[in-house]
Design a protein around this ligand. Sequence first.
Ligand code: PMP
Length: 431
Amino acid sequence: AGRTPLADRPADALRAFRDEQQQAYDELKARGLALDLTRGKPSAAQLDLSDDLLHLPTTTKDRKGVDVRNYGGLEGLAELREIFAELLWVEPSQVVAGGNSSLSMMYTTIVDFLLFGGVASPRPWGQEQTVRFVCPVPGYDRHFSMLAAFGIEMVTVEMHDDGPDMDAVEALVRDDASVKGIWIVPTYANPSGAVVSQEVAARLTAMPTAAPDFTIFWDNAYAFHHLTEDEAKSADVLTLAAASGHPDRPIVFASTSKITFAGAGVAVLAASEANVAWYLRHLSMGSIGPDKVNHLRHVEFFRDADGVRAHMRRHREIIAPKFAAVDEALTAGLDGLGVAEWTRPTGGYFVNLDVLDGTATRVVQLAKAAGIALTPAGASFPHGHDPRDRNIRLAPTFPVLDEVRTAMAGVATCVALAAAERLVADAGGPG
Ligand code: PMP
């Protein structure tokens, strides 16, 4: 917008800018807003798209005539596994359909590794001196808090536009047998929006690892969540892994949490047949079978894989304008100032905002005082610690469009004010 970057302005101009932003901020505060951009939740309008589920299923039998109301079928309803097998390019025998949460399938999987070890583990992870995971950052906060709860150490690598920094990943796993896993959100990553390229996926599946049971936790939560017509195709990690001689290395997770109902959808796990048998063997100690009524309801609702794809286009119509509103507000408020960079994701649920180093905590604090709730600064890093204090995750799907516009204009003001405060302080002299 033809603006001079703040860092290039003389001290008096910088102070004048700071005073302007302070005034804008005071006006913002006086409005008494109560807006929330903290969590990636579907909006009410998105949930409404799936309300037909509330009247399904219309039958109580699966196609083989088995009564879905009864116990059994630990691996999930065959019809639903087929739909997800097609969507994830695997065989139905490689898919387990479970409860409503993929996060709890990840949790169960790691617990099984810790207590029993995986198909290729020399011993349970819980009997190792140290267990480490490679964590691309910024990443999904719940992945990190889960590992912290298990006492698993986290080693960060940078997330690039095409996936994690693979030179760093390969160096970490090559000689250190305590490195047992890596989190990967391959499609429209939380929060960066990055899509793992075919090349990166091939390196992840082929790379030599000191641990024979090194596992890729391939969390494809946003596999079908496109925001543009240019629909990213996730790498077929299970086929790549099998082709490079490591069929058991990846375990794939996905769910309909942001397709149907976030609290009443269906989660799936996909893996090699050996891993599926391993997972089900342990699962059978704690369950007689999943909610097959919900599975059948989803099968009737979608009919087939194309039904899922068509449904996702209706989500896109609702949420794409919200992502556009984020970009418009940030561009209007910050473009050219040299104090912020943000993503324009082509899918998923988040915008990644990097502000001036050392000011993210201040931005979140300013926004909070003005009635705009943001995810805590640092949330996308292990232990909530962003070494540069610059990263903020924005989640624009839940509020209605007008609220996104208002909130993001306010966020832009907070980012500019925090940067100006910092630069004025750095320039020294009287504030
Ligand atoms: N994985 C990622 C990357 C997510 O962003 C989320 C939701 N925020 C989940 C998993 C949670 O999935 P589920 O609802 O299936 O437990």
